[in-house]
Design a protein around this ligand. Sequence first.
Ligand SMILES: C[S@@+](CC[C@H](N)C(=O)[O-])C[C@H]1O[C@@H](n2cnc3c(N)ncnc32)[C@H](O)[C@@H]1O
Length: 342
Amino acid sequence: MASYMLNGAEVLSFSNGRTPTRLGFMGSSLNGMSLPKMAMISLCGGGSMRAKSLAPRCSLSSSRPASQPRFIQHKKEAYWFYRFLSIVYDHVINPGHWTEDMRDEALEPADLYDPRLKVVDVGGGTGFTTLGIVKHIYPKNVTILDQSPHQLAKARKKEELKECTIIEGDAEELPFPTDSVDRYISAGSIEYWPDPQRGIKEAYRVLKLGGLACVIGPVYPTFWLSRFFADMWMLFPKEEEYIEWFKKAGFKDVKLKRIGPKWYRGVRRHGLIMGCSVTGVKRESGDSPLQLGPKVEDVKKPVNPFSFLLRFILGTIAATYYVLVPVYMWIKDQIVPKGQPI
Ligand SMILES: C[S@@+](CC[C@H](N)C(=O)[O-])C[C@H]1O[C@@H](n2cnc3c(N)ncnc32)[C@H](O)[C@@H]1O
């Protein structure tokens, strides 16, 4: 069992297009406590799920019941969160949650094989993922978009990104024409979008025919305490939700690859912060076939400063838990003999 947990890639295909209900367990008897470090899940074809999901009346995902507070999952909250986090982001967040190894593994399905491809990095922040992109793509062909000017200011300072286009914008309303880019990449941003389905629909719209979207994000943890803090902080989608959003937006050849820091040894009990890399291909030009109503969140609407501050503080406390988890897992990795699960 341990070797099953610790070893490399595994590919599952579901030719009937149905989403497996227990993707995290991969047919093992581990009761959701662990998973292979990397696994590729491929969902092909249409099937019944597609038929029933193409014309929702409301754009909000059913995975976001109001009973879960998710204190930092509104654009204003995310803006202020990154106003402060941007100061230490590259030094505190990436080493624990989103390492260079993970980034390169997560970008591998994005198929960045030709340096001339036109790429957008949505929610590109300080440019950490963009640094992985420009290893393959001419920087002048890469655009970084983020809603946080503070995060983008850090990206602007990076020598390797000097030739990239860097713009402020909203993932749910991209300032790019339809059918205009070859690759859409977004890493670690979807969890802050109030309406992830709308963001993925936008990914579909801006891609050219044959273009590929790669969305990297966390996965809902299986450990109760991690779930509690996850629900307090932001959206940790389930693997099947990512796949559903892609399929609803019109993507084909939807695949999911699991990722995690190597010191987790495949365990997801405490919640893998960067959990998966999901890709899909645009097979028909034009806008997404998905029809959505008006945007749910009105960012211009005034907020009660007291409740905003309270939400912000509670959300930040919840986020702190996820800064400590990788440190705890790293210490365990140092102590527990190699080859044993932790
Ligand atoms: C965890 S950081 C990831 C940054 C970068 N992609 C990386 O790999 O390090 C999340 C980023 O998403 C941005 N973000 C959150 N909501 C957004 C939205 N609606 N539109 C654009 N960017 C958004 C935040 O400002 C932040 O920079």
